[in-house]
Design a binder for this molecule. Structure first.
Ligand SMILES: NC(=O)c1ccc[n+]([C@@H]2O[C@H](COP(=O)([O-])OP(=O)(O)OC[C@H]3O[C@@H](n4cnc5c(N)ncnc54)[C@H](OP(=O)(O)O)[C@@H]3O)[C@@H](O)[C@H]2O)c1
Length: 297
């Protein structure tokens, strides 16, 4: 399938390893221009060097920094615009499930895990929306310029004109700007994961759903992927396996019908599809990919 992502600009927040790196690599293979990020400049440079070839290096921009920080996000988006001229897709992949088990969680843990798994993604999305609005192709027959697109943040009045109803589908060859959040099955299912992590990801799902409704009239789509257990070298499951192999294998046998980990590449294929204009009718949805682990319908 041709995903029609050639030259589209995807900003992948948190992409020097794991799921984010795989999403970046897949989008790059699909012809997109990508921005990869991470706090550690050395591992980011290494990832850049591993992804870059003589043919594609001009389509990769690497920016290191803490992308939970608003100023860093703004600076990076401005750098992206000056390099690539636009941003078509934000993939907010930041997050960490590393924390303590049990009900007694100190407040600083709640704040740390909410900042990493919820507020960082909210800051990214808020800063991205003005850029995504500009990515929407303008109908040559219409008078509207991107700056004239109604501001959904303005105070709403009771007699607001309803948004224009679109009766035709978007062409699969047009752009279809989007935000994609990386959540977790812990957002939708009771699991032994740290309480603040699960609650933060559940908040992210809720935010994504409501944001999708607000941005749909502007042509910006918002979706969420909720992965199950994803293994890769250097990832959290490699650490768990090294310290409690038997317990992890027992968990896979009893909780995951496919009896295996998922791979970052499997998540990345879904992510690329959701960025593509083939998914133009998809917004406000959470896509679970977990080998059958979740039990709820
Ligand atoms: N792996 C799983 O089994 C699994 C399951 C369900 C959901 N998820 C979710 O999927 C996402 C990715 O998971 P993962 O396992 O691939 O994570 P990971 O191994 O921790 O990788 C996260 C990536 O983001 C970067 N990063 C983290 N915080 C950052 C920040 N504040 N600013 C800039 N870059 C940052 C990291 O680089 P630096 O450390 O250098 O900053 C790294 O490149 C997360 O949201 C996670 O909660 C993962």
């Amino acid at each position: 399938m041709n995903l029609h992502l050639t030259d589209q600009v995807a900003f992948i927040a948190g992409s020097s390893r794991g799921i984010g790196r795989a999403i970046a690599a897949t989008l790059l293979d699909e012809g997109a221009r990508i921005v990869i990020t991470g706090r550690d400049p050395e591992s980011l440079t290494q990832t850049h060097n591993e992804l870059a070839t003589p043919e594609n290096h001009h389509r990769i921009l690497a920016i290191s920094g803490n992308f939970a920080d608003t100023d860093t996000i703004e600076d990076a988006f401005n750098l992206t615009i000056s390099r690539f001229g636009r941003i078509d897709h934000l993939i907010a992949n930041l997050g960490t499930g590393t924390g303590k088990p049990g009900w007694q969680q100190v407040e600083s843990e709640w704040i740390r895990l909410f900042d990493a798994n919820f507020f960082a993604s909210v800051r990214l999305a808020q800063a991205a929306v003005p850029h995504l609005r500009r990515a929407i192709p303008i109908d040559p027959g219409a008078d509207q310029t991107p700056d004239q697109i109604p501001d959904q943040t303005a105070d709403q009045t009771a007699d607001q004109t309803p948004p224009e109803v679109r009766t035709t589908g978007q062409s699969t060859t047009s752009t279809s700007p989007s935000i994609l959040f990386l959540s977790s099955i812990t957002a939708v299912e009771a699991t032994p994961a740290p309480l603040p992590y699960s609650a933060a990801k559940a908040a992210l799902n809720n935010y994504a759903k409501n944001l999708a409704r607000l941005l749909a009239p502007e042509g910006i789509r918002v979706n969420t992927i909720a992965p199950g257990n994803i293994f890769f070298p250097g990832g959290s499951w490699e650490r768990h396996l090294s310290t409690r192999k038997q317990a992890v294998e027992h968990m896979l046998q009893t909780e995951v019908p496919q009896n295996r980990f998922g791979t970052p590449e499997e998540i990345a294929s879904l992510a690329a599809y959701l960025c593509s204009p083939h998914a133009a009718f998809s917004t406000g949805s959470t896509y679970i990919m977990d080998g059958g682990q979740t039990r709820s319908l």
